[in-house]
Design a protein around this ligand. Structure first.
Ligand SMILES: Cc1cc2nc3c(=O)[nH]c(=O)nc-3n(C[C@H](O)[C@H](O)[C@H](O)COP(=O)(O)OP(=O)(O)OC[C@H]3O[C@@H](n4cnc5c(N)ncnc54)[C@H](O)[C@@H]3O)c2cc1C
Length: 482
């Protein structure tokens, strides 16, 4: 069986869903093909016996564009704000220390010594320049602040956020703003201050005010400045993709894994340009194809159709993650779980990367008297994650957490899940690779790629890339019709 669609999107993670949603708002219908039986990809919530377990984002940021989606989907009443001031901890020598997020906190912390503190607090008075070649995050932090800051402040944070290895992550690829601040101002602090000033609302009476307020994105920033930046939904993060999928009703096909895509001869932007084969033997043709799958899937799909593009996508590394969610009776813990959770520096030699205290973050995550926590483990370089059985591996992580949090007895509920290619890595050379991918895509007007391996791994980044791709496709189709 075969038929033609104007636009086909492969993948119903947040990137594919946001792209389809935006196209719909622009008046362009599309078909979304999803391999699984549900939408959301990495964003997924397990609701089990009164516990609400997040297998992906636990308490993500909600930047203005995501807020725009929340509003348009009428999800504001479902939103629950996270506490940005909630305490976060770092484990050092089996003790938990609060993460110092302010100069006063830095002075008082026992996570790093006096020399490291002085280097951080006096950075504003010095002047440095980034090297011409891209540095790794580890090289950058060691050059600016020393090895102890890398090991006990930076590594636990980047491991938690990116599942990344600071020795591989590229500054230009993962933190371009920091490189720019150092290059332009000679100091990160001075660069940050300048960047912050340039974002401030224009004061009344300023002659440029009228022009500035005509800029809608700036206005939306001002409005959303007052909104909570961290949060989730009462029924979990899956609410967002579920609601998007509901809005796209009829435009998503589940269990529709794409096995290959091939360009059709003489395809132009209006005519059928791609032939798409699905696992069940179905064939669809489309004028515009948008890939919203992980880079390693896009690479396989494009291997014959666009080998140069495929080889760039293949070079993007992914980090593995093993996650375990545990439920305990509150009486089993000596730690009060007051805060967000804790992070573990690689130097501590543990498998645990971070543990989130879900029942402290939001109400309704566990029944009365119980606590729920989720640990992420499996350092990028550690093969144990791939080879060990779930039960064996979770025992190791459970023992590490029991020591850190004073837990006695067995967990009352446990859910383990593993993803050997969980998140793309913004390693040295990634920014250049993405620029090359964009160059190659410019030569293929019927193909777009969206996803968390292009401009950032956050939900906000995915939505931004997806909206932009939808707008480009809309312009192309409109241009072809006019
Ligand atoms: C543990 C964890 C914690 C995170 N924490 C945060 C956080 O705190 N804040 C934040 O902003 N972000 C966080 N993220 C990142 C964010 O969730 C992801 O980057 C984002 O959800 C990726 O969305 P995506 O649509 O690009 O990709 P995916 O979610 O991977 O979606 C890709 C989709 O394509 C489908 N697919 C694959 N192959 C095929 C095929 N052949 N045919 C059809 N369909 C196919 C898949 O089934 C999937 O549905 C976290 C991620 C993880 C894993």
């Amino acid at each position: 069986m075969g038929y033609t669609e104007k636009v086909v999107i492969i993948g119903a993670g947040i990137s594919g869903l946001a792209c389809a949603y935006r196209l719909g708002r622009l008046g362009i219908p599309c078909l979304v093909l999803e391999a699984q039986e549900r939408a959301g990809g990495l964003i997924s919530t397990i609701r089990k016996d009164g516990f609400l377990i997040e297998t992906g984002p636990q308490c993500p940021r909600f930047p203005p564009l995501v807020w725009q989606l929340v509003r348009e989907l009428n999800l504001e009443a479902e939103f629950i704000a996270g506490d940005p001031g909630a305490k976060r901890y770092i484990l050092r020598d089996a003790r938990l220390y609060r993460v110092p997020f302010s100069p006063a906190g830095l002075v008082g912390t026992r996570l790093v010594g006096l020399g490291s503190k002085l280097r951080m607090l006096t950075e504003v008075f010095g002047s440095s320049r980034p090297p011409l070649c891209e540095e790794s995050l580890a090289e950058f932090v060691q050059r600016k602040f020393g090895a102890e800051v890398l090991d006990y402040l930076v590594d636990p944070l980047v491991s938690t956020i990116f599942f990344g290895d600071a020795h591989k992550m590229g500054m230009q690829s993962a933190f371009p703003a920091l490189v720019e601040w150092e290059r332009n101002e000679g100091s990160l602090v001075r660069g940050a201050i300048r960047a912050r000033k340039s974002k401030r609302p224009v004061p009344a009476g300023d002659p440029s005010r009228k022009a500035a307020s005509a800029n809608s994105s700036r206005d939306s920033l001002r409005v959303t400045d007052a909104l909570p930046s961290l949060g989730s939904f009462r029924s979990g993060m899956a609410t967002l993709p579920e609601k998007l999928a509901e809005k796209l009703h009829g435009e998503i096909r589940y269990g529709a894994g794409t096995t290959s895509v091939a360009p059709l001869p003489k395809g132009n932007v209006a005519a059928a340009a791609w032939q798409i084969d699905l696992s069940g033997g179905c064939r669809i043709t489309a004028a515009q194809l948008i890939l919203a799958v992980p880079a390693y899937v896009a690479e396989q799909l494009l291997a014959n159709a666009a080998p140069e593009l495929a080889s760039q996508l293949k070079a993007i590394e992914y980090a593995p993650v093993c996650a375990v969610a545990w439920a305990y009776d509150r009486s089993q813990l000596t730690n009060g779980l007051d805060g967000f959770g804790f992070m573990v520096p690689r130097r501590e030699g543990l498998e645990t990367i971070s543990t989130f205290w879900n029942s402290s973050l939001f109400p309704g995550r566990a029944p009365e008297g119980k606590v729920l926590m989720t640990s992420f483990a499996g350092r990028g370089t550690n093969n144990d994650t791939a080879t060990m059985g779930d039960e064996e591996y979770s025992r190791i992580v459970e023992a590490e957490n029991a020591r850190a949090l004073g837990i006695t007895g067995e967990p009352q509920e446990q859910v383990v899940w593993k993803d050997l290619r969980a998140l793309p890595q913004y390693n040295v050379g990634h920014a250049q690779r993405v620029a090359e991918i964009q160059n190659l895509l410019h030569r293929m007007p019927n193909l777009a790629i969206v996803g968390n391996f292009l401009r950032g791994r956050s939900i906000g980044d995915c939505v931004e890339v997806a909206f932009r791709a939808a707008e480009d496709v809309h312009s192309r189709i409109r241009g072809a019709i006019i």
